[in-house]
Ligand binder design. Structure first.
Ligand SMILES: Cc1cc2nc3c(=O)[nH]c(=O)nc-3n(C[C@H](O)[C@H](O)[C@H](O)COP(=O)(O)OP(=O)(O)OC[C@H]3O[C@@H](n4cnc5c(N)ncnc54)[C@H](O)[C@@H]3O)c2cc1C
Ligand SMILES: Cc1ncc(C[n+]2csc(CCOP(=O)(O)OP(=O)(O)O)c2C)c(N)n1
Ligand SMILES: [Mg+2]
Length: 564
């Protein structure tokens, strides 16, 4: 008989789940678990704030497709995880968070560092548990990992009171079948649905494929490529879908939505059929729902039934895994040149390109889009970029062309500033050989810059490009467009980032001129340690195009062109 404490059972189970790295921060209620950890082959990354631990676990998950693990103590440790958990929830990222809790005998008494964290995280976890009996721990942990990764992935939290960690029981690893999900989605799509979908696709004259994050989660990138090439249907991508279809492919329309390519949005609005794979029609993607792709029939391929008809009414929902559905559709779809449609899209594309900031007369100062373009060039498009939130995120999405899946990690649904640096640390643990670049604004960087110490303590090679415009730029842009340039609370003072990096023992450079961009990037790449580059870009500079929130998708604010 194998007797183990609850604390030991945690690590026994994690090791069996294939976990070899966790991100965490200790404290009283989780001390038994930390004590037991030393006897297991697990690398613990000590973060500087628990929000960082959650983002690291999330970044690890997004870079690898595996479940990331974050650990925190009760009370403030657990509540500090909340933003990171919500970030993972909104973007369907698989994560398990383990929190210590006060002893079961004092739960509910406002004991020291007591917070009802299962209550707090109920709406932002896929599932959560309070495990009061050591006998339930092993099964719960196994179930938690299963739930985190199955179907539509998401974060799961396990709260473990200190006495459950200290108690002992017989340890038997429960490797029998997990009874979840209770409503499994059939692998086989009903024949009548396949026939209807194929008919709609084969008859369409102006179809567009909308591909999202679900294609990545499903591992369906190859199937998507074959499907698009077979049908000759252009592919527009969501922010979280960038890379699931090669950006360089002639059928690729780039990003759709609020800051998507104007020609992609025009194609969506002009389409007679939308075929959506693994995307959830977020409001950043659709704009005004009343006028969204009004003339298009819609097929929605989705794994989560609650996403069907949530935002957009669809003519044909197909429940299933994107890869499986694409494989079953393939033999039924026919090639069609659709020459008029492609010619129309080409015309829109040319019009869009004429307005490209990179084709405009050189403005004074460093153009952020240029920095992104140069980063793309200098890294041969092969970097794993982890972007933050705001204008920097949109410029990255527009000017760093992603041809490969899992080349971009970013917080889409929650739009969490401060995500990039910690998420990049997690991603580097998942993919140690990847060239990891953080793209972050001066505001977002200051939210989690304390993780520079974690970066250095772990001796990780990550490069950080701060797009420093002296503003909370994306909010300033809204103020410029919609609040008569009344810049309330958006000019932001930053420390000297070069000196800041130096204080952590990290190399740094400042770039103010275009000609210094590529040399600085190459010097950073050549440096064996982490490097921070402070790109001092033009301050008042907007991301175009922009669909104002709630406006019609075709009613884009466009960049003015000199010739018009
Ligand atoms: C400042 C800012 C600006 C933004 N602007 C834009 C913009 O212009 N354009 C844009 O696109 N986004 C934009 N976003 C991001 C946007 O908010 C959403 O996060 C994004 O559009 C969601 O993409 P998605 O639907 O592909 O991914 P998710 O939200 O992750 O949804 C994935 C979907 O796939 C499904 N799925 C999961 N697994 C599978 C599977 N195996 N098979 C089938 N389906 C599966 C899920 O159930 C879910 O419905 C912006 C965000 C910020 C912060
Ligand atoms: C945690 C958090 N707080 C507030 C916001 C609202 N917000 C969205 S973008 C943005 C500005 C970001 O500024 P910065 O990091 O400098 O990036 P920039 O837009 O200038 O590139 C703000 C405040 C947010 N997304 N996240
Ligand atoms: Mg800024």
């Amino acid at each position: 008989m194998t007797i183990r404490t609850g604390a030991q059972i945690i690590w026994e189970c994690l090791v069996r789940e294939g976990v070899d790295v966790v991100f965490g921060y200790p404290g009283g209620a989780i001390l038994p678990a930390y004590d037991a950890m030393l006897d297991y082959p697990i690398h613990h990354v000590l973060v500087r704030h628990e929000q960082g631990a959650a983002h690291m676990a999330d970044g690890y998950a997004r870079a690898s497709g595996k479940v990331g693990v974050a650990i925190a103590t009760s009370g403030p440790g657990a509540t500090n995880l909340v933003t990171g958990i919500a970030t993972a929830m909104l973007d369907s990222s698989p994560m398990v968070c383990i929190t210590g809790q006060v002893g079961t005998s004092v739960i509910g008494s406002d004991a020291f560092q007591e917070v009802d964290i299962t209550g707090v995280t109920l709406p932002i976890t896929k599932h959560n548990y309070l495990v009061t009996r050591v006998e339930d721990l092993a099964r719960t942990i196994r179930e938690a990992f299963h739930i985190a990764r199955e179907g539509r992935p998401g974060p799961v939290l396990i709260d473990i009171p200190k006495d459950a960690q200290n108690s002992k029981c017989e340890f038997v690893y429960p490797d029998d079948e997990i009874p979840y999900p209770r409503r499994r989605i059939a692998a086989q799509v009903p024949a009548d649905e396949l026939a209807r979908a194929a008919e709609m696709i084969n008859q369409a004259e102006r179809p567009v494929i909308l591909a999202g994050h679900g294609v990545l989660i499903s591992g369906a990138t190859q199937q998507l490529l074959e499907f698009a090439e077979q049908t000759q249907i252009p592919v527009a991508l969501t922010l979280l879908g960038l890379g699931v279809f090669p950006g360089a492919h002639p059928l690729c329309l780039g990003m759709m939505g609020m800051h998507g390519e104007a020609y992609a949005n025009r194609a969506v609005q002009g389409a007679d059929l939308l075929i959506a794979f693994g995307m959830r029609f977020d409001d950043r993607v659709t704009g005004n729902l009343k006028t969204y792709a009004k003339h298009a029939k819609k097929i929605h391929v989705e794994i989560d039934p609650s996403e069907i008809a949530k935002n957009v009414r669809v003519d044909l929902p197909i429940m299933g895994d994107a890869a499986a559905v694409l494989e079953q559709l393939m033999p039924r779809v026919t090639a069609s040149p659709r020459a008029d449609w492609h010619a129309q899209i080409h015309e829109w594309r040319m019009e869009t390109e004429a307005r490209d900031v990179l084709r405009q007369e050189e403005p004074e100062g460093l153009v952020p889009a240029q920095v992104m373009y140069d980063l793309w060039q200098a890294t041969d498009g092969n970097a794993l970029v982890v972007s933050d939130v705001g204008q920097n995120q949109m410029w990255e999405a527009q000017y760093y062309r992603h041809d490969l899946p899992r080349g971009l990690i970013t917080s889409g649904g929650l739009g969490t500033m401060g995500f990039a640096l910690p998420a990049a640390i997690g991603a580097k643990f998942a993919r140690p050989d990847a060239e990891v670049w953080v793209v972050v604004g001066d505001g977002g960087f200051q939210m989690t810059q304390a993780e520079l110490a974690t970066l250095q303590q772990e001796r990780l090679k990550i490069n950080i490009a701060i797009i420093n415009n002296g503003y909370l730029g994306m909010v300033r842009q809204w103020q410029e467009f919609f609040y008569e340039r009344r810049y309330a609370a958006t000019p932001i003072l930053s420390p000297d980032f070069v000196k800041l990096a130096d204080a952590y023992g990290i190399s740094a450079a400042r770039v103010t001129r275009r000609e210094d961009v590529i040399p600085a990037i190459q010097a950073a790449r050549a440096n064996p340690g982490p490097v921070v580059i402070d790109f001092r870009v033009i301050q008042e500079h907007a991301v175009y195009p922009m669909v104002p929130a709630g406006a019609d998708l075709h009613a884009m604010i466009r960049r003015p062109v000199a010739t018009q």
